[in-house]
Design a protein around this ligand. Structure first.
Ligand SMILES: Cc1cc2nc3c(=O)[nH]c(=O)nc-3n(C[C@H](O)[C@H](O)[C@H](O)COP(=O)(O)OP(=O)(O)OC[C@H]3O[C@@H](n4cnc5c(N)ncnc54)[C@H](O)[C@@H]3O)c2cc1C
Length: 401
């Protein structure tokens, strides 16, 4: 294991609860950011401006991997101006919507431009504090255990952690007592690549969020299949442009996109659902090219029965049913609720020094989008600084547990 990549640090092989682990000690980090997607990179930018000593640990081998792995034809619905990270505008004209690969390329350029300290192939497998450390949170660091995917484990220590791991860890497919026949081709939207990868014949897209909407449009505009979209509620279309301006322009100008999630209006906005940003889907539904059906009731062979009383036979099903986040690696008492979700107030965890960025509805309606994650990153960096000012730096214990 080469230590040359860790200038100014001391590394030691020590015995630990797992076979062998390389402890990165020496000067402690002010913060470690977990995840180098938009939320992690934007947080890194603000911590760098504060002069903090920090690292961004990324489990994947490349930057922008969550964007690059999405389906081939994905074009963002947010124009470049609203898809930019701080300190380096997206290199497209402001009203052009980038492709998913342009986003991944931009993130790579962004890290290079700002010289952000990202460590790729550094998947965090455990985040913890020992019981005695929890009793004295200000003087004790978090311990962040990392695997590099090649059999090496590292242990980092930091006074603050910012969890920016996104919400797409585990693709979710609803459970049915009896599923469709084995001959039906099934794919989750996270693994969908292109329409030609699906067999001819009727296709059912399940889930009418934005992924389901975009995939229905793509499938309905290819020959040799009829496309159905199953939804568990009314389809609420939202326009992408109003009076010649992007709705992101209007939402920002009117303050609608800055409404706190917990405010009365914010709660009403949230209850109204995400909405579907696809004029193309609206047109195709009206033209009968995408048939909207209710929620699935049951399967029988290749036939699917819907709660609206209709039934149809399908050769393929695309599950655009979202994701479930997975924070089981967070071994911090009081950080997660009984469902394993993060407990937080606008991204601030009750565990002092722990924060989240990139959660859906974290602070506003746009928290899960690039534009909202950037604002939340700035807010969290500010909260971290406030806490440090309120509790001036104490020496961090580097005793091994
Ligand atoms: C189909 C689709 C279309 C979308 N279109 C838009 C759009 O037009 N505009 C827009 O603004 N947003 C859009 N979004 C929403 C949003 O911008 C993305 O979901 C975005 O990728 C979320 O960013 P993030 O940084 O929070 O998480 P991610 O992009 O998921 O990044 C999290 C990173 O953390 C890493 N990670 C996870 N666990 C660990 C671990 N244990 N240790 C270390 N690293 C870890 C992952 O490898 C990943 O790189 C879209 C989403 C989807 C699915």
């Amino acid at each position: 294991m080469s230590m040359s990549a860790m200038p100014g640090q001391m590394a030691a092989m020590v015995s630990h609860s797992i076979p062998s682990i390389c402890v990165i000690s020496g000067p402690d980090y002010d913060a470690i950011i977990i995840g180098a997607g938009q939320a992690g990179l934007a947080t890194g930018y603000y911590l760098q401006r504060q002069g903090k000593r920090f690292l961004i640990l990324e489990g994947a081998a490349t930057l922008g991997s969550s964007w690059r792995s999405r389906y081939d034809s994905l074009i963002l619905f947010t124009p470049a101006h609203y898809s930019s990270l701080p300190g380096l505008p997206f290199p497209l004209s402001p009203n052009t919507c980038p492709t998913k690969d342009q986003v991944a390329d931009y993130f790579t350029r962004y890290v290079d431009f700002h010289q952000l300290p990202v460590k790729l192939n550094h998947r965090v497998t455990r985040l913890s504090k020992t019981a005695s450390q929890l009793a004295s949170p200000l003087a004790s660091p978090f311990e962040i255990q990392v695997s590099d995917g090649a059999g090496n484990a590292f242990l980092y220590r930091a006074r603050n952690v910012i969890v920016a791991t996104g919400s797409s860890q585990n693709p979710y497919v609803p459970h049915y007592d009896t599923g469709p026949d084995e001959s039906v081709f099934q794919v989750h939207s996270s693994r969908y690549t292109r329409a030609s990868a699906l067999p001819d014949g009727n296709v059912l897209v399940v889930g009418a969020g934005n992924s389901g909407a975009l995939l229905s449009v793509e499938l309905a505009t290819t020959p040799s299949r009829r496309t159905y979209l199953s939804t568990n509620g009314p389809l609420v279309f939202k326009p992408l442009r109003v009076l010649g301006k992007s709705i992101f322009w209007w939402g920002t100008k009117t303050g609608l996109f800055n409404l706190p999630t917990r405010s009365r209006l914010g709660r009403r906005l949230r209850a109204g659902g995400e909405g579907v940003y696809s004029d193309d889907l609206k047109r195709l539904v009206r033209a009968g090219k995408v048939r909207v059906v209710a929620e699935i009731e049951r399967f029988s062979g290749r036939e699917v029965f819907f709660r609206d009383g209709t039934a149809e036979t399908f050769s393929s099903i695309v599950w655009a049913t979202g994701y479930r986040s997975d924070y089981r690696w967070m071994d911090l008492a009081g950080a997660l609720d009984s469902n394993g979700g993060p407990i937080h107030e606008a991204g601030v965890s009750p565990v002092g020094g722990a924060y989240f960025v990139g959660l859906s509805w974290q602070r506003t309606a746009t928290s899960a989008l690039i534009l909202g994650a950037v604002r939340d990153a700035r807010f969290i960096a500010g909260k971290m600084r406030e806490r440090e000012v309120a509790h001036p730096r104490e020496p961090v214990s580097t005793d091994l547990p």
